[in-house]
Design a protein around this ligand. Structure first.
Ligand SMILES: [Zn+2]
Length: 421
């Protein structure tokens, strides 16, 4: 059993936390921003120092590779992202990149024999927090392998035209061209050159901590659907129109949302999660009764049958009136549960057992680049305990011990995959 260095890991966490430091504990590191470019330069510097070769593909994804004993063998890749959400933490994404770098560094420094070339990879624009959508560049690179309904959201030209949410004019394509990190399409992740894929990530939830486990052996990314529920009423003056005659679309939506919660909770699935996080009100004026209101409903569960039951409840909203208003539902998008490659999941579990690291099977509720990579290559993920389950915020934290354990688990799982053929 090989172990990664906590000293190096601690140093990396400290170093990368400076790039985009918001001055109060976290970072804002939008893709292709000066802060993200600093993080890329740090990665390049450290990877070149251990003798890795750097390649960059046409959307800025970076690949640092050390050779194995067989020059014809396909590469094993470990990947994640260096970009963050606004006022995000020091672990989401970057931990997977640091873990991959640490695995390569340990292998080089300790001269650990391996057959396959090994690659530490950075995905561009995973968060999509400045240029939407999320997982933009894994969507582009894995495009040909994705199911039609998913891939239609990741057309290359559309992605290049994605506008900054800050100035609404500059595009991702312009930022990419300016960054100096627009390389060659021939370097894209592909099954011709790559054998399998690992991604280490913080859990971003409280399950590992609540169960006293350091590491999550991830088995799938949960299936989900996202709908918009729209309510149509009649606007009129807030001071003159009697209550019983109103068709208030906001009230209609509130009643429907309470109904959804009651009915969905009655199904009684403890692992089912659903969220309304986005609303729109028209005319959104305090002296007007709203004539239009919509809200989002994001629903996630492993079992498609459970999602179907929730779908039936959502559909039933259209069949009734709410506070005198009509309701229409509109699908935004959905995805099926993506299961990780069973042998790779097995290697992660064995590595945990052999290292004596406390662990459990866990699902991923969040989306990750790995779920697109899984359509291209055998893929799996490793989760590291998140303190208080917090993520996408400045309080996001994982201990250096847990971060190093995650890297050690990935190192040993990669070495098992290396021996497989
Ligand atoms: Zn992430």
């Amino acid at each position: 059993m090989y172990k990664c260095s906590q000293e190096r890991m601690t140093d990396m966490i400290k170093t990368f936390s400076q790039y985009g430091d918001a001055g109060h504990g976290g970072i804002t590191r939008y893709s292709m921003s000066p802060a993200a470019i600093q993080a890329r330069k740090e990665y390049e510097k450290r990877m070149k120092a251990i003798g890795a070769t750097i390649e960059v593909d046409d959307v800025g994804d970076m690949y640092a590779t050390i050779p194995g004993s067989d020059p014809d063998a396909k590469r094993i890749v470990m990947a994640s992202h260096v970009d963050s959400v606004r006022n995000g933490g020091n672990y989401d994404g970057i931990l997977g990149v640091m873990s991959a770098m640490e695995v390569l560094t340990t292998i080089v420094k300790e001269n650990i024999p391996h057959k396959h070339p090994l690659t530490a990879m950075i995905w561009t624009n995973e968060e999509g927090s400045l240029y939407p959508p999320a997982m933009m560049c894994s969507g582009i690179v894995c495009y040909d392998y994705l199911p039609e309904e998913i891939r239609s959201g990741f057309r290359y030209d559309d992605m290049m035209a994605s506008k900054s949410i800050l100035d609404h004019t500059s595009t991702f394509g312009e930022a990419l061209a300016k960054s100096g990190y627009q390389g060659d399409k021939k370097y894209r992740l592909s099954p011709d050159r790559y054998k399998c894929y690992f991604e280490t990530h913080i859990e971003q939830g409280p399950i590992l901590e609540d169960n006293g486990n350091d590491i999550g052996v991830v088995d799938c990314v949960l299936g989900m659907f996202n709908y918009k529920l729209k309510f149509y009423g009649q606007t009129t003056h807030a001071g003159t129109f009697p209550m019983p005659k109103r068709k208030d679309a906001f009230l209609a939506a509130a009643e429907a949302l309470a109904y959804l919660h009651d009915e969905i909770d009655k199904l009684g699935y403890p692992e089912l999660v659903y969220t309304t996080g986005e609303v729109e009100c028209h005319p959104n004026v305090h002296t007007c009764v709203p004539d239009y209101f919509d809200f989002s409903l994001d629903v996630r569960h492993e079992d498609p049958k459970v999602l179907d039951k929730v779908m039936d409840i959502v559909k039933s909203c259209e069949k009734q009136t709410w506070a005198g208003c009509t309701c229409k539902i509109e699908k935004q998008w959905n995805r099926d549960t993506v299961y990780w490659n069973k042998p790779l999941v097995g290697y992660v579990k064995e590595a945990c057992e052999e290292l004596g690291v406390s662990h459990q099977y866990i699902h991923s509720g969040a989306g990750h680049d790995a779920q697109f990579a899984a359509y291209v290559l055998p893929a799996t993920m490793i989760f590291v305990q998140s303190k208080n389950g917090l993520s996408h915020c400045e309080d996001e934290y994982s201990t250096p011990e847990h971060c190093t354990e995650g890297a050690s688990v990935m190192l040993n799982a990669v070495l098992k995959a290396d021996k497989e053929d």
